[in-house]
Design a protein around this ligand. Structure first.
Ligand code: NDP
Length: 286
């Protein structure tokens, strides 16, 4: 028999996770604060209380709205012998605190970061970061694969959230740039569909291919004289981005910080280097 699994939280994501476990043949018990959520879920056992749900399975997956609700839901429960896998979005600090709290309550704790939307769960493109108890991960890796490809990133429980938030940060930066581009072209009534298909997507795809070189510069140090697009040139040209925004009646708020950073990099003596030099300037040490 496959490992029995409990899922706490039947929101959009929790119900997708429960469906994936059930479809993969795991006896699946679910609980939600408000009864009656996800009525379409079939073949699962609905527990009346969180206590009943936790006691039903050695593997307990938690997917609630925010970190504070995880503790208020599990508070007072004996978690001895359970692997608690918390997939609720949170910060690295919250993950470390919740790990210490859950471990004190007897659990083997894994924190997770879901890199998918609900419709992707159980499909090939979804993956989930995990960090925390290596024992729990080894024991349940195959079970967790029912939801999405598992990616274990270390025993420090905060590392899954750090990886998750790093990817979300990159995503919002990318979307912010794309939104700005569409606002600019929209100021001249250029078709968003044509512009995106013909130019925006191919351009971003081509530019993304420079990421491994930026990573190599960071890890191994910049190759002298290798910068094809040095920062002094980029900082000088950047004013044209800001001036064009203002001229087209588009708020430059999403672009301004990058211009500040490029000028700071040049002032700090990195003018002949490439974009990797900017990464260090973002670290404030806090
Ligand atoms: P929903 O808003 O659809 O569901 C929220 C869930 O949290 C519900 O089950 C809700 O229960 C429960 N909840 C909220 N407050 C409490 C509380 N005080 N006590 C107990 N339960 C509570 O959110 P999602 O399911 O979409 O998201 C769940 C988690 O997954 C979030 O942390 C989210 O960031 C993360 N995530 C979501 C993604 C997505 O695309 N949806 C993608 C990646 C991560 P009730 O029905 O009683 O309100």
């Amino acid at each position: 028999m496959k490992t029995p699994v409990t899922v706490l939280g039947l929101g959009a994501m929790g119900s997708a996770l429960a469906r994936a476990f059930q479809a993969a043949g795991h006896p699946t018990t679910v609980w939600n604060r408000t009864p009656g959520r996800a009525p379409e879920l079939e073949g699962v056992t609905r527990a009346a209380t969180a206590l009943e749900a936790v006691n039903a399975s050695p593997l307990v997956v938690v997917c609630l709205l925010v970190d504070a609700t995880v503790r208020s839901t599990l508070n007072g429960l004996d978690l001895t012998g359970r692997a608690v896998v918390n997939l609720t979005n949170g910060t690295p600090a919250q993950a470390r605190d919740t790990a210490a709290w859950a471990t004190a309550a007897g659990a083997e704790y894994l924190d997770g970061g879901i890199m998918a939307v609900p419709a992707m769960i159980g499909g090939p493109a979804a993956f989930i970061f995990y960090s925390g108890s290596p024992v729990a991960f080894e024991r349940h890796q195959a079970d967790l694969a029912a939801m999405a490809r598992p990616a274990y990133v270390g025993s420090d429980p905060g590392l899954a959230a750090l990886h998750d938030i790093a990817l979300l940060s990159a995503m919002y930066g990318m979307f912010g740039g794309a939104q700005h581009a569409l606002a600019l072209t929209g100021s001249e009534k250029i078709s968003p569909i044509r512009f995106t298909e013909d130019f925006l997507l191919p351009w971003l795809t081509a530019m993304l291919s420079s990421l491994p070189r930026i990573a190599k510069d960071l890890e191994e140090g910049p190759e002298p004289g290798a910068a094809g697009s040095n920062l002094a040139m980029q900082a000088a040209a950047y004013d044209n981005l800001l001036d064009t925004s203002v001229g087209q009646g588009v708020d430059p708020a999403l672009l301004t910080p990058m211009g500040d950073l490029l000028r700071k990099a040049v002032a700090a003596g990195h003018g002949d280097e490439d974009l990797a030099a900017v990464v260090g300037l973002l670290r404030t040490g806090s």
